[in-house]
Design a protein around this ligand. Structure first.
Ligand code: SAM
Ligand code: SF4
Ligand code: SF4
Length: 372
């Protein structure tokens, strides 16, 4: 018998978005939560499936051939996603990131991108529309994605050494194909390109410097992400986290770095420039330095549940509203009340009391389900 993740529908009790739909709350373009954080970013998961089995996200022993993914009928349709994105934009969302699972596995994704690219913010601007991908299908799809209206991409890449990379994706996928995907994205004009590397102490820390050397001077911004305790299946341990400060120290030994100012509130990465003008790197220190105080991100799961934090154990189900005939005004009100009730700040609390590693903690939603 294979081990199974607790289905998300059974984690905690879904809070009824439907109840909030009838308390009118029109969109004003600025929506603040209980900690005065505005809603500006929406991450939309378009599939819970992936062709990789990164051990920190979808370990093979759990996501095996018997694993039950969402049936097609449970997925939000492109029209449903676009309708929600339009209503979120009216509340102040101006950045939309498509994610998953592996978003490029969703059939006809270009059609969704076309629909999202046509949306406007209240002041008439197009959305900053981007996508996070493992890069495996990018060489084939970059041009079509650009033509559909995608602005830029972030590619996940955990090392340059082929043996290390094949073992981290755990499906023996060669690094050369991801590098070809990055080149194709560049050629298609999907920039500025970011490359995300999750650093696991003892697994790929030796790849930090080769990655820095490789992407220096190429215009690609490399981001190092601390291995996080997301989900309930990756067997996370604090001693496998390499603090970002250590990543910066190692790179600065070879290439002197100067800190850069944040360009926007809620920016997740702390950025550093190479002193000699070779571009920049960023570190995302979700474990050692919480950045909840200005977290402006909401996450929409593949089946339409709204999550207010990456570490939430329950989402607010918007699908019954979409499929039950609710008006735009009702859905707008529901989104407004949900965000206004938000006080999530998991990483800050983790820093105060330590991570939940004892099994007594509530089961959390998987990263592959709500996206990174
Ligand atoms: N499949 C796409 C990809 O890998 O880019 C998009 C979805 S993936 C869940 C989004 C991001 O989450 C990736 O950059 C991935 O490396 C990161 N991620 C997944 N599990 C993580 C963990 N335990 N700690 C830190 N980052 C993680
Ligand atoms: Fe797939 Fe991305 Fe998760 Fe890796 S990190 S298993 S590529 S969803
Ligand atoms: Fe935002 Fe939650 Fe991450 Fe804090 S822990 S930065 S609230 S997603």
């Amino acid at each position: 018998m294979s081990q199974h993740v607790i289905p998300v529908s059974e984690i905690g009790r879904a809070r009824p978005a439907t109840a909030m739909a009838n308390l009118a709350l029109p969109a004003t373009g600025v929506l603040l939560d209980r900690l005065q954080r505005p809603l500006t970013d929406l991450r939309i998961s378009v599939t819970d499936r992936c062709n990789f089995r990164c051990s920190y996200c979808m370990p093979k022993e759990v996501f095996d051939k018997d694993y039950q993914y969402l049936p097609h009928s449970a997925l939000l349709s492109f029209e449903e996603i676009t309708r929600l994105a339009r209503l979120f934009a009216a509340h102040g969302v101006h950045k939309v990131r498509l994610t998953g699972g592996e978003p490029l596995l969703r059939k006809n994704l270009e059609v969704l991108i076309e629909q999202l690219a046509a949306l406007r913010t209240p002041d008439g601007q197009p959305l900053d529309l981007t996508l996070t991908t493992n890069g495996s299908l990018l060489a084939r799809k970059a041009r079509a994605l650009k033509a559909a209206g995608l602005r830029r991409v972030t590619i996940s890449l955990d090392g340059l050494d082929d043996v290390t990379f094949r073992s981290m994706n755990d499906v023996d996928f060669p690094v050369a194909e991801v590098l070809a995907g990055i080149d194709a994205a560049k050629a298609a004009g999907l920039g500025p390109i970011k490359v995300n590397m999750v650093v696991k102490r003892g697994t790929n820390e030796q790849e930090i410097l080769p990655m820095a050397r490789h992407f220096r001077g190429t215009g690609v911004a490399l981001r190092f992400i601390e291995y996080m305790d997301v989900g309930a299946t990756n067997g996370w341990r604090m001693d496998e986290v390499l603090p970002s400060a250590e990543v910066v120290r190692r790179i600065a030994e070879e290439f002197p770095l100067v800190p850069l100012e944040a360009t926007a509130p809620g920016e997740t990465a702390q950025r550093w420039a190479y002193q000699d003008g070779g571009g920049e790197i960023g570190v995302i220190s979700s474990v050692t330095q919480a950045f909840c105080h200005d977290c402006n991100r909401a996450r929409l799961s593949t089946e339409g549940k709204l999550y207010l934090c990456l570490f939430a154990n329950a989402g607010h189900d918007l699908r019954p509203l979409l499929r039950g005939g609710a008006s735009d005004e009702q859905i707008t009100s529901a989104i407004g009340h949900i965000w206004q009730s938000r006080s999530d700040r998991y990483s800050e609390l983790r820093a105060l009391r330590g991570p939940d590693t004892d099994g007594a903690a509530p089961r959390r939603v998987e990263m592959s389900y709500i996206g990174g």
